[in-house]
Design a protein around this ligand. Structure first.
Ligand SMILES: Cc1cc2nc3c(=O)[nH]c(=O)nc-3n(C[C@H](O)[C@H](O)[C@H](O)COP(=O)(O)OP(=O)(O)OC[C@H]3O[C@@H](n4cnc5c(N)ncnc54)[C@H](O)[C@@H]3O)c2cc1C
Length: 450
């Protein structure tokens, strides 16, 4: 029966939480004569985003919070490049490889999983002065930048320059923003022991959140507890407040306050990847691909044959929630949806019926710095050290591959005994500068040597 079926070309767009897991399962569960799996991603690695705050804080090496695709997906074809368009009516995707001309990639089944991008607003100065917190590059940059600000503040005699350098503003109080803020503050406070010129009170860490609560993922009680903890640590938490402008280094808030700051981190939510606008796939009013609970793309009532989607870019009904509810954008759903989707694709290829995805959101764990955390999982509320420990064990169990797990545990253990590294490698961002400074330019009209 299987031998009669045409060998399927399965194209995976994006190798993040959904794409990596789906490709891994498909390549293990389908025979090579049944299917070929092609994975396209602009990065040669999957980023385990829940570890970004710890990578930025120096508890984990940034290299260990990403998963190399060619190492993990040995039975798949990896294309380093970007899918720029999908013409599902013709079953082709336009792929722009990292070098060379764009080409059309035909497929029989497509997994659309490019995830999300930061949801930004047209705020004066935001484009020029702020940074997001979704990629490993942003995490590395932020770490180097924060440590560099300590060096600047320690070196300057000018109080204004020092105040700007030591003011760090985070916009958005979801888990990405809170974890990033709390971890970075913890790291900077730790680093100050090597800066006799600076005191913890010189630093100003501000959270700007437009609603009345933070960390909705851990519930209202734990969110309120987190606010109290952060305030006790000296952080400036502004709820019900919006960023109105950050032009020319001057932060203006909707509560009327304004102050200078050299660091603005934008973590105020995500939206479906804009590449989806260049596809003929059905989308909802938030730009997400519309799906059935089977993770098949759906146009009204009609299943779009051969198209599948999940994760941050997809509107997947949450069968455990009230009618009309959708799964939240989280790694927790993305990884489970990926597995269900892979099983469903295999079922459909083999002539069987797909099964609906059903997972009750278990709650969340969040790290608030070394030995500090907050969690609400299956109704159980944890705070402080137990929550932090749970955060670590949970994510260690979730990051793909034994290789990564071992590396992460070794990083944690080393940091525990040897203290984390608190040195800025800011040169990383301008590696050619010093070489180029000492290399003479070729005189304008000189001939070739020899
Ligand atoms: C700082 C931070 C902390 C988080 N912590 C948690 C947590 O504790 N718990 C939790 O459940 N969730 C957490 N999340 C959310 C979680 O990481 C996301 O919900 C999850 O990554 C979504 O998976 P995805 O596969 O849809 O997208 P992603 O994992 O983002 O993957 C998308 C992939 O698509 C690729 N791509 C993009 N455009 C293209 C294109 N045009 N062509 C080809 N490929 C493309 C990208 O390079 C990327 O590899 C966190 C997120 C962040 C940013």
């Amino acid at each position: 029966m299987i031998d009669d079926v045409k060998r399927q070309r399965i194209l995976v767009v994006g190798a993040g939480h959904v794409g990596l897991y789906a490709a891994l399962h498909l390549s293990r569960k389908l025979r090579s004569r049944e299917a070929e799996v092609i994975v396209v991603d602009p990065q040669p690695h999957m980023t385990y985003q829940p570890f970004l705050p710890e990578a930025a804080a120096g508890n984990i090496s940034p290299r260990h919070s990403v998963v190399p695709l060619r190492r993990e997906l040995r039975r798949c074809t990896i294309v380093t490049g970007e899918v720029t368009r999908i013409d599902h009516a013709r079953r082709v995707a336009m792929v722009q490889p990292v070098i060379g001309p764009a080409r059309e990639e035909p497929y029989d089944q497509i997994i659309v999983a490019p995830g999300s991008v930061s949801r930004t607003l047209p705020i004066p100065g935001l484009k020029e002065n702020a940074v997001g917190f979704k990629t490993i590059g942003e995490a590395i940059w932020l770490r180097n930048h924060v440590l560099e600000q300590l060096d600047i503040a320690a070196a300057t005699a000018d109080p204004h320059t020092r105040r700007c350098a030591l003011t760090f503003v985070f916009v958005g109080g979801g888990y990405a923003g809170i974890e990033a803020l709390a971890e970075m503050e913890d790291m900077a406070r730790d680093a100050l022991r090597y800066y006799p010129e600076l005191h913890p009170e010189d630093m100003r860490w501000v959270l700007v959140e437009a609603t009345r609560r933070i960390l909705p993922e851990v519930g209202p009680d734990m969110g309120a507890y987190t606010v109290r903890q952060l305030v006790r640590r000296g952080l400036d938490i502004r709820l019900d407040t919006r960023l109105e402008s950050c032009a020319d280094g001057l932060v203006k808030l909707s509560d009327g306050d304004s102050f200078a700051a050299d660091t603005i981190v934008w973590t105020a939510g995500v939206k479906a990847h804009p590449m989806l606008e260049r596809t003929d796939l059905p989308r909802d009013d938030r730009g997400r691909v519309t799906c059935r609970a089977t993770l098949q793309v759906v146009d009204g009532d009609r299943v779009v044959e051969g198209a599948w989607s999940a994760g941050d870019c997809a509107a997947v009904p949450d069968l455990t929630g009230p009618p009309g509810a959708f799964c939240s954008p989280s790694a927790q759903h993305a990884v489970r949806q990926a597995r269900r989707m892979a099983d469903n694709i295999r079922a459909v290829i083999r002539g069987r019926e797909p099964v609906e995805y059903r997972h009750r959101y278990a709650g969340s764990v969040a790290s608030l710095g070394l030995h500090k955390g907050v969690a609400q999982v299956y109704g159980i509320k944890l705070r402080g050290w137990p929550a932090w420990f749970m955060h670590r064990t949970y994510h260690m169990s979730r990051i793909p591959s034994l290789n990564r797990k071992v590396r992460v545990v070794v990083d944690w253990t080393l940091a525990l005994f040897l203290k984390r590294e608190v040195v800025s490698l800011g040169q990383l961002h301008e590696p050619r500068e010093s070489f180029s400074e000492v290399t003479p330019a070729v005189p304008a009209r000189s001939g070739r040597p020899g």
